[in-house]
Structures are given as C-alpha cells and as structure tokens.
Design a protein around this ligand. Structure first.
Ligand code: SAH
Length: 449
C-alpha cells in the first residue's frame, strides 16, 4: 500500500506537464537573502502621524498592535498596496520564483484529497494569496488532473485582508470576471469564476469560509501576522512595547513595560529558557481554527514559511526594495515580518489533529518529485536562457544556503489520515505485519521500490 500511494503521487508529478517556462523571476532575492539597506527610506508621514497621535493618547503600544496597524490598517497599512511582491517590490516568494513550486503543492493537495477517500467536495482555501500565483498554479494542476478528481466539486476560497491584492488576485485568477459585494458586512466580499468555471470567493477572515472538507494552504502568511515580544528581566518577563522617542518626536523606539502585561503573564511558557521570545498569538488562534475545522469536517492544512522550532529569539525585521529595513523607520513603507515558531503552532493545534514537520523546503520539494519535474522540463526546453533560468530558480528553491533549508513545511492532518487502514473482512493478515499508515506526500520520501 505504501508503494502504491507513492507511485500514485509520483505519477501525478509526471503527469503535470506544463510546456511553458517554469520561471517567473530569474535573479530572485527572497526575504532571507537581503543585505542591509544603505538608503534612508522615503517616509509615509500619514502612518507615522497616525501612530504618534495614537501613542500620545494611549501611551506605548505592544509590538503586535504596532505590526497590525502598520501592515493591515485599512487606509494606510502596508498591505493596502498591491505592489510589494516581485522584482520591483520589496520581496519575492517561492511561488513567484517558479511555477514548479505551486504545481507540486497542487499535486500535494490532490494526493491528500485521495488519501482522505476522495470526498465529493473539495474546498481549496488559501490564506494570504499575494498575487494569486500559487493558487493559479494549483488550479492549473487540478485542471490537468481533472480525470483524477472525477465528479468532485472544487471551489477556491481566498482569505485576504487587502482589497488591492484581492483585485490583483481576481485579475489573475478570474480574468477580471469578479464582483465586489454590495455591502461591507458581507462575509464574502468578492466573488468570481475561473476560466474553467470554478467558483472563487474572497473573505477577510478564516472564520467566514464555509464549513466543509477543505485543504488549507498558507505560504508566507504566518510570518506576516503580528507578534508579541517579551524580554526576560530581573523582575521576570516583561513585554517589549513601541513608544515615541522623547529626544526625537518624529521617531519611534522600543521600550520595556515596567510591569507585567496580560500578554507577558499568559503567553510565555513557564519553562521558557530563552531570554527573549516572540509569540504570534494571532497565528495560534488561526491554527486552533484550522485544527477544529479539520477535526470536524476533514481535510488538511499545509503551512510553509521560514521559521524555527522554538529556538530563535529576535527575528522581527523589515524589508523594503529587497533590502533589510529598520522596523520602526517610516512605518507602512516596508514589509514587517518575524520567523514562525512551529513549536508554538504545534502546541496551539492541540491533540485534535496530527501534526507533521516542520521539514525543510528542500526535503519537501525533493520528496514531492521536484527533480523528476525538472528533468521533464529541461528535456523539452531548448532555449539556453530559459534552461539557465530553470536551473537557477531550482537552485534558489532547494539550495540549503538559499531557500532550501530556511523555509519549512508543516502540516495539520485529520487523525484518520495516519491511522492504520482497517483490515478487510475475510482477509487473513499476519498480525505482526498489519498494514502501515499511508505516507503523506512531501513528508515521506517518494520511492517506487
Ligand atoms: N502567499 C503569497 C503572499 C505572501 S505576503 C506568496 O507567498 O507569494 C502575505 C499575504 O498575506 C498578502 O496577501 C497579505 O495581504 C496577506 N495578509 C497579511 N495579513 C493578513 C491577515 N491578517 N489576514 C488575511 N490576509 C493577510
């Protein structure tokens, strides 16, 4: 059975044959491969003014509140724009580097749908879809493998906080055939249909996505969620806050809260050994929601991001024009991000679901058959420039010192997915050789032996 499922997944990879060049940006720089910015950035006074007014009225705010305001404020927030991704933006992500990335995730989705017993309904839910490139590549795979999906009804659900990015996603995924909701209170704020006729819906929150068997994908989403920062002091854990610099009223600075905050009393583990910790409580809540949905409705979640397993300390940083950027300088003009703590996500997922990973991006993509896919593409590609770009994007995604070891894949699965298959009635099985659980693609090496 193990060999059977592996072979199936391998076959899916081979069948995903897209003749077009699998490169989006050859000379890519990820958020991890940037140097410090030599330039002082142009300021966005409205966000700074908004923050200083708020700080004067309320006093210092938590780093989480700062990050939330700077990134997602509906008027001046960073993600209100739509031009942060790509060569002319602030950072580049794996789906933007090569379409192979999204294609392999498409294969993972189908493989998990098959592993769940091919339910009649498949909701594909992406959190933070950026330009919609990953969803577009996944949908292409789904349409190439339509015969595998049979009669299953497939729909796409996008959780996106930025109206500008949702419009860009709609342009890319529905050929501009989408409509905004009449009222701002509608849980679905935009609807459309892909060229192949699949319904696409946009939501501000995961909570608004309808119940049903779903495969959730979150790529570079959790790192954009607000984090709390805590510092160990002689008096115990204290929360790091953001305040106005008293010497320079148009500048912000970090301060340490003099007494415990609700967050510092509740979010730091009693046996914590580090001196500085970052906790993404919002990410924890989202993982709890995913876990509950998967337990109740079936499905799986695939979370891919840069991160660690509860070992790192200060990872909060900014990116602007592919350069590192001071997180407190000209807020709203640069991306803010922090490494994902997978050990925290695992804890928040609870026992209702099975957690796999984190495994490195290199391991995941190799297990998914990226080498086979590359061979197929290179065999059919004669143009030397495209070949060079294919090889360099493959290197960017898998090289251990580039994105290969820095990005990780983590999955939440329904417990039944890893349970041993039930013995077939009447079949005599050697008790010692009861069937092993079916492997989960990407987290297990594909082998045809
Ligand atoms: N997944 C894409 C984009 C990553 S950038 C890629 O890998 O290319 C982060 C994305 O998450 C953006 O689309 C941003 O608008 C969205 N986002 C950030 N915070 C969000 C929140 N709180 N709720 C929903 N979407 C959010």
């Amino acid at each position: 059975m193990r060999a059977f499922l592996c072979l199936k997944t391998q076959q899916l990879v081979i069948r995903v044959l897209s003749p077009s060049a699998a490169v989006r940006w050859g000379a890519a720089q990820s958020r991890f491969l940037c140097s410090s910015s030599p330039e002082e950035s142009k300021s966005r006074p409205s966000m700074l003014r908004h923050l200083t007014t708020k700080l004067k009225a309320t006093g210092p705010i938590t780093v989480a509140e700062y990050m939330r305001e700077v990134l997602t404020n509906p008027v001046t927030g960073y993600y209100v724009r739509n031009n942060m991704l790509g060569p002319d933006g602030d950072f580049i992500t794996s789906p933007e580097i090569s379409q192979i990335f999204g294609e392999l995730l498409g294969v993972w989705i189908i493989s998990e749908w098959m592993g769940a017993g091919r339910p009649k309904q498949l909701q594909l839910v992406e959190l933070g879809p950026g330009k919609g490139s990953l969803a577009g590549d996944v949908l292409r795979v789904l349409s190439q493998l339509r015969s595998v999906l049979g009669e299953a009804s497939v729909s796409l659900h996008l959780v996106e906080v930025s109206p500008a990015l949702s419009l860009l996603q709609a342009q890319n995924l529905t050929r501009s055939c989408s409509q905004e909701a009449d009222s701002e209170d509608e849980p679905v704020y935009r609807r459309g249909e892909t060229a192949a006729g699949l319904p696409v819906s946009w939501y501000r929150r995961l909570d608004d996505v309808p119940a049903g068997f779903s495969i959730f994908v979150a790529h570079e989403f959790f790192d954009a969620l607000p984090i709390h920062k805590f510092q160990r002091t002689q008096k115990g854990w204290r929360e790091v806050m953001v305040d106005i610099d008293p010497d320079k009223p148009d500048k912000l600075r970090f301060v340490v809260a003099p007494s415990p905050t609700l967050a510092s009393s509740t979010l730091v583990q009693a046996d914590e050994r580090r001196d500085h910790v970052e906790v993404c409580a919002e990410g924890g809540v989202i993982v709890q929601q995913l876990s509950k949905r998967i337990t109740e409705e079936g499905g799986a979640a695939l979370i891919a991001d840069y991160g660690h397993d509860g070992t790192k300390t200060d990872t909060f940083r900014g990116f602007k024009g592919h350069q590192l950027h001071d997180v407190l300088s000209s807020p709203g003009s640069a991306d803010l991000t922090a490494d994902v703590d997978f050990s925290y996500l695992r804890r928040m997922a609870g026992g209702g679901v099975a957690c796999l990973g984190p495994v490195s991006q290199r391991t995941f993509l190799k297990n998914m058959g990226i080498d086979t896919r590359m061979q197929v593409l290179l065999r059919s590609c004669v143009d030397p420039t495209t070949r060079k770009q294919l090889i360099s994007s493959y290197d960017m995604l898998t090289n251990p010192i580039k994105m290969g070891e820095r990005f990780h894949f983590f999955s939440l699965l329904h417990h039944s997915r890893l349970a041993k298959p039930k013995k077939t009635e009447g079949l005599k099985l050697d008790k010692k050789k009861s069937p092993a659980p079916l492997p989960v693609a990407g987290f297990t090496e594909l082998s045809i032996s």
